[in-house]
Design a protein. Structure first.
Length: 252
């Protein structure tokens, strides 16, 4: 393996994404923080310093809704820095609303950002992974696939699409030593959760803890550690798997 293998993390500036970027950096990867949140992404990348104190990470502005540009961006990065060893499809928008009032545009955008971008990026990085003898693709799904919540169909559909992609690509790319897995988080305190409480999050915490078997709130690092396990050689015989990280909220 290269001294600093390349890892691309979408939504890398967000709550879970930044924890994934940090652990990959710790493990010696050159991390590409891909996001639309420029200030947060640049600050994160600048803080992930290398041996000489300079940043060992690269912020990449990319709007995942623009699939053509996304492919071009991933191709350019590969030409400039070499193939990606790791792709983490983490970014998502959390669309909420009843069936009849959610607009077609909102529905389509959710599929594009949450699921189709992951397919496009997998397609963009797979040739490089094949050329270097393997790689890992991990996508972030959601507990929503296990439970079923009202007013969340577009979001749930996008995560279901990612699960289908995970299993199908695991089968297709396994012979090239590319493992494809997924992590399904439960409730993780990040910006995504912020809309569920107003001034005081204690009610939300209590409701979540009542559902969980483990009686503490998770941290983004709990998800990042699971992602790292699926990237690491310790999981070398695992592919096409959905790893639940939900404190025992849903099992099975
Ligand atoms: N937080 C939770 O409780 C929870 C639960 C289940 C699943 N998840 C999943 O975890 C993943 C990370 O979520 P999070 O909680 O860290 O959310 P977050 O909102 O903190 O991070 C999401 C990141 O995605 C980026 N993003 C959004 N749209 C983008 C676009 N068009 N192009 C590029 N980047 C874009 C955002 O700027 C943000 O940095 C998501 O896939 C989410 O569905 C989160």
């Amino acid at each position: 393996m290269k001294k600093h293998p390349n890892a691309l993390v979408t939504g890398g500036a967000g709550g879970i994404g930044s924890a994934v970027c940090r652990i990959l950096h710790e493990k010696g990867y050159r991390v590409f923080v891909m996001d639309v949140a420029t200030a947060e992404g640049q600050a994160l990348a600048a803080g992930l310093t290398g041996e000489n104190g300079k940043s060992a990470a690269v912020f990449v502005y990319a709007d995942l809704a623009d699939l053509q540009s996304l492919h071009q961006t991933a191709t350019q990065l590969t030409e400039q820095y070499g193939p990606f060893e790791v792709l983490v499809n983490n970014a998502a928008i959390d669309t909420m609303g009843p069936l009849e009032t959610t607009t077609i545009e909102e529905y389509l955008l959710t599929q594009r950002i949450n699921a189709e971008s992951a397919y496009i990026l997998s397609r963009s990085v797979a040739p490089g992974m094949k050329a270097i003898g393997g790689g890992q693709i991990v996508s972030i799904l959601s507990i929503i696939l296990s439970g079923g919540w009202e007013n969340r169909a577009p979001y749930a559909m996008s995560k279901g699409a990612l699960l289908g992609m995970t299993r199908s690509l695991a089968r297709e790319l396994g012979p090239d030593s590319i493992r494809v897995n997924a992590v399904s988080p439960g409730a993780i305190p990040t910006a995504m959760e912020r809309k569920f409480w107003k001034d005081d999050r204690s009610e939300l915490d209590a409701a979540i803890l009542a559902k969980q078997s483990l009686k503490f709130r998770a941290a983004p690092e709990d998800v990042a550690n699971a992602v790292w396990f699926l990237i690491s050689p310790e999981s070398r015989f695992i592919t096409g798997h959905e790893l639940h990280v939900n404190g025992g909220w849903y099992m099975g």
